[in-house]
Design a binder for this molecule. Structure first.
Ligand code: SAH
Length: 347
């Protein structure tokens, strides 16, 4: 296994069968993680970047089988933040030192392009030195372009799985994998720092699917890659399916770091939910981003994508303090910088 890891470390690529060995044989983990850590340090030093996450709406028109805020979940409590509330969350985060805000939500038609554009430009006017990331699902090329023109810097849209048949096992027929991939290429073309990614251990996922995910990411070349374990959610079609494995997710973070040395890779909330020290272990396996929750406390329990989601009861400041302690205990430096991808040249 050592020579596969060394080859991946040096060449940032290996064959499909080598990926399969790295994923299936759970050996030499310490060596794998240490090489991943070495690479992240080469590109981004010891820094871990902070993104304040604001969950702007739990309304969603889609019906993804895995997700707790799917339209068909009649038990989901719905809320929608107003633009004023979202801006207040950003200001609060700014006062705590945060310089990147991620606006995420279900695909909520009430958030029209016009409302989103006005919101983004207001945030950028009030807080000129921040980065705004959107994560609002699939939109047309024109919509994405208008968001970019309004000042949005980054966009997160996980591809979920690069394999079309697998995609159809996770989503209703109304959703189309080609469109999701097209959206990602459009985002790149428009000049967003773009994030893709997938769940680890989602129902029916095989090692071959994960290999396709890596090959897709090689074509897309996203600036950010988000992965986290699948966690079942009550009142969804997958409520009785097994959760994804923390260990496999950690191995994949390390493998992705070696494939994509300069990617920004978060230690996700799902990883912290699957395992109490999941995020610290994610950082040690090569992740370099964390996303404290800045949503108002009274809505947090309504943005439930999966069961037992952590950080739903805390104030924003508590969430940030907790993450700071975790980052420092793992031996990294908490960074309040915007944390742009290193391909971005800023004036
Ligand atoms: N509507 C936006 C945001 C989706 S929520 C969009 O379409 O991009 C963000 C991510 O949470 C999803 O992309 C998915 O990968 C993840 N997620 C949803 N349900 C999950 C579950 N049950 N377990 C783990 N991750 C989940």
């Amino acid at each position: 296994m050592y020579n596969i890891i060394d080859r991946l470390f040096l060449e940032h690529d290996i064959s499909d069968s080598d990926i399969s060995s790295l994923l299936m044989d759970k050996i030499d983990t310490i060596y794998l993680f240490s090489k991943a850590d070495e690479v992240r340090k080469l590109y981004y030093g010891n820094d871990v970047y902070i993104r304040g996450l604001i969950e702007i709406s739990s309304f969603c028109k889609n019906n993804c089988f895995y997700c707790g805020i799917r339209a068909g979940n009649m038990n989901a409590e719905r809320y929608r933040l107003s633009s004023e509330e979202i801006i207040q969350c950003c200001i609060k985060g700014y006062d705590m030192g945060i310089r990147t805000f991620v606006l995420q939500g279900g695909e909520d038609p009430a958030f029209t392009d016009e409302i989103i554009c006005r919101l983004v430009s207001d945030i950028k006017r009030i807080i000129p030195d921040c980065a705004v990331t959107l994560s609002l699902g699939e939109k047309s090329y024109e919509s994405y372009l208008s968001f970019r023109k309004a000042g949005a810097d980054r966009y997160l849209l996980r591809h979920e799985t690069a394999d079309d048949l697998h995609y159809h096992k996770l989503h209703p027929d109304t959703m189309n994998p080609a469109n999701r991939k097209k959206c990602l290429f459009n985002l790149k073309k428009i000049g967003f720092q773009t994030g893709a990614g997938f769940m680890v251990g989602s129902p029916y996922q095989t090692v071959e699917h994960i290999i396709s995910d890596i090959r897709f990411l090689q074509k897309l070349r996203p600036e950010m890659i988000g992965i986290g374990p699948f966690i079942h959610c009550r009142n969804t079609p997958f409520e009785n399916y097994d959760n994804g494995s923390t260990e496999l997710c950690l191995r994949l973070i390390a493998i992705l770091r070696l494939f994509f040395p300069d990617a920004l890779i978060p230690a996700t909330t799902a990883l912290g939910t699957a395992s109490p020290d999941g995020r610290e272990r994610g950082l040690k396996a090569g992740a370099n981003v964390v996303m404290p929750n800045l949503s108002p406390v009274n809505v947090r329990k309504k943005y439930i994508l999966y069961d037992d989601k952590i950080c739903t009861g805390e104030e924003s400041a508590e969430c940030l303090d907790c993450l700071k302690r975790r980052i420092e205990s793992a031996g990294y430096t908490f960074s309040f910088s915007r944390g742009d991808h290193n391909n971005i040249k800023r004036e």
